[in-house]
Design a protein around this ligand. Structure first.
Ligand SMILES: Nc1nc2c(c(=O)[nH]1)N[C@@H](CN(C=O)c1ccc(C(=O)N[C@@H](CCC(=O)O)C(=O)O)cc1)CN2
Ligand SMILES: NCC(=O)N[C@@H]1O[C@H](COP(=O)([O-])[O-])[C@@H](O)[C@H]1O
Length: 355
C-alpha cells in the first residue's frame, strides 16, 4: 500500500467496521427531505453511519414513495383514517418499524401528530424536521408565521420528537435570511434547501454520536453571530478564522455569504454618515496571499486614506493552500475589503474619497 496512505488506515477501518444504524422514514408528501437522507446515507464518503431500510407513508401515491422505490428501499402505505383511532394507527406503525428492525425513525414531512405511547417507545431515536427556528413558529405553516412576524432570519430545526408537538430537544438548526419581498412559496423552498443539509447532519450525529462536519455547524452558528455583528456594528468587526473541512462547505458557505452580503448591502444603504449606492455582490473570494502578506498595494492605499474607507465589513475566503494557511479558511476583516475580488465593490472602492 502507498506508504503515505498507511496513517489513514485505522480511521477508514474504524468508520467502515461499525454497523450502520437501520432507519425508517415516515413521509406524507413530496419527500425532498427523504431524498436528501437517501442521497446522504447512500454516499459512502458522507459517513452518515445509517441506512434507510423502510419508508412508510400515511398517504398513497405520493412522490416520497416513488423516491424510495427508485432507491430500491421497501415501502408501506398505512392510511391513518382506515384505523379506528390515532392510538391504533400508531400501534400498527410501531409494529411495522420493529418488524423491519428499524433503530431510528425520521419524520420527513410526516403530517400526523403521534401519540405519547408511540413517542415514549422511540424516545431519543425519533427525529423530525421543522421549517422554522424552534421554539419560534411551532405547528403548521411555520414559514408564513415567520414572514408575517417580520423577523429577518428564519431557518429550520431538526429535533427529537416528544408528545408535546415541536417541543423536543433541538439537534441541528440552520438559519435562512428572509429577503425583502420574499413570498411564502419562495421561503418554503429556501428553507427546504437548508433542511436538506441539516437533516443528514442530524441523523449522522444521532447514528454515530459525532459529525464529520461539526466544524460546519460551528461555522453556521458563528456566521449567524458574525453577520448579526456585521449588521449592527457597521464598521469594525474582529478578525475571525473559521476552519472548513472541504470545498463543499466552502461552496455552501460562499452561497450563504453572497446572499447575506447582498442583504448586508441593503442595510448599508441606511447608513446616514456613509450613504452608499446598493452594490450587487458578485462574489466572495480572496487568496490567502493577500491576507498572508497584508502588504498588498490595495491594503496600503486603503490604509493611506486614498480610497474611501468602505463601511461594509467583508467575509473573505482563503481558497488555496499557502505556507501558513490550510485550505478553506474564511477570514473576515472590519473596515476594509482589502482582499476582495468582488468587481462591484472593488469598483466602488476605487473611486477616490468623496466621490
Ligand atoms: N407527538 C408529536 N407528533 C409529531 C411531532 C411532534 O413534535 N410530536 N412533530 C410533527 C411534525 N409537525 C410539525 O413539524 C406537525 C405535523 C402535523 C400536524 C397536524 O396538525 N397534523 C394533523 C393532520 C394534518 C393532515 O393530515 O394534513 C393531525 O395529526 O391531526 C402538526 C405538526 C409530526 N408529529
Ligand atoms: N410541521 C411539519 C412541517 O411543516 N414539515 C415540513 O414539511 C415539509 C416536507 O417537505 P418534503 O416532503 O419535501 O420533505 C418540510 O419543509 C418540513 O419542514
Amino acid at each position: 500500500m502507498e506508504k503515505a496512505m498507511r496513517p489513514f488506515v485505522p480511521d477508514i477501518i474504524e468508520k467502515h467496521s461499525v454497523p450502520k444504524k437501520r432507519v425508517g422514514v415516515l413521509v406524507s408528501g413530496s419527500g425532498t427531505n427523504l431524498q436528501a437522507l437517501i442521497d446522504a446515507t447512500q454516499d459512502p464518503t458522507r459517513h452518515i453511519g445509517a441506512e434507510i431500510v423502510l419508508v412508510i407513508s400515511n398517504k398513497p401515491n405520493v412522490e416520497g414513495l416513488r423516491r424510495a422505490e427508485r432507491a430500491n428501499i421497501p415501502t408501506k402505505v398505512l392510511v391513518h383514517n382506515k384505523y379506528p383511532n390515532r392510538a391504533e394507527f400508531d400501534r400498527v406503525l410501531h409494529n411495522e418499524l420493529v418488524n423491519a428492525g428499524v433503530e431510528i425513525v425520521c419524520l420527513a414531512g410526516f403530517m400526523r401528530i403521534l401519540t405519547g405511547e408511540f413517542t415514549a417507545k422511540w424516545k431519543g431515536r425519533l427525529l423530525n424536521v421543522h421549517p422554522a427556528l424552534l421554539p419560534l413558529f411551532k405547528g403548521v405553516e411555520a414559514q408564513r408565521q415567520a414572514l408575517e412576524s417580520g423577523v429577518r432570519v428564519s431557518g429550520c430545526t431538526v429535533h427529537f420528537v416528544e408528545e408535546d408537538v415541536d417541543a423536543g430537544a433541538i439537534i441541528v438548526q440552520e438559519s435562512v435570511p428572509i429577503e425583502i419581498g420574499n413570498l411564502v412559496e419562495t421561503l418554503v423552498e429556501r428553507i427546504k434547501t437548508a433542511e436538506h443539509t441539516a437533516f443528514p447532519r442530524a441523523l449522522q450525529l444521532v447514528a454515530t454520536g459525532k459529525s464529520d462536519d461539526k466544524v460546519y455547524s460551528t461555522i453556521y452558528e458563528d456566521k449567524t453571530k458574525v453577520f448579526h455583528h456585521l449588521l449592527t456594528s457597521r464598521r469594525t468587526c474582529k478578525r475571525h478564522l473559521y476552519p472548513m473541512a472541504n470545498s463543499k462547505m466552502i461552496d455552501e458557505t460562499q452561497r450563504f455569504i453572497k446572499q447575506e452580503a447582498v442583504e448586508y448591502t441593503n442595510v448599508a444603504e441606511n447608513i446616514e454618515d456613509e450613504p452608499i449606492q446598493r452594490k450587487s455582490v458578485t462574489g466572495v473570494r480572496c487568496s490567502p496571499s493577500k491576507i498572508h502578506t497584508r502588504k498588498s498595494r490595495r491594503n496600503e492605499e486603503i490604509r493611506s486614506g486614498k480610497y474611501r474607507q468602505h463601511c461594509i465589513p467583508y467575509l473573505c475566503f482563503g481558497i488555496k493552500d499557502t505556507d501558513r494557511y490550510r485550505e478553506g479558511y474564511i477570514y473576515d476583516f472590519g473596515g476594509t475589503c482589502a482582499a476582495t475580488h468582488s468587481t462591484a465593490l472593488l469598483n466602488w472602492l476605487s473611486k477616490p474619497k468623496g466621490n
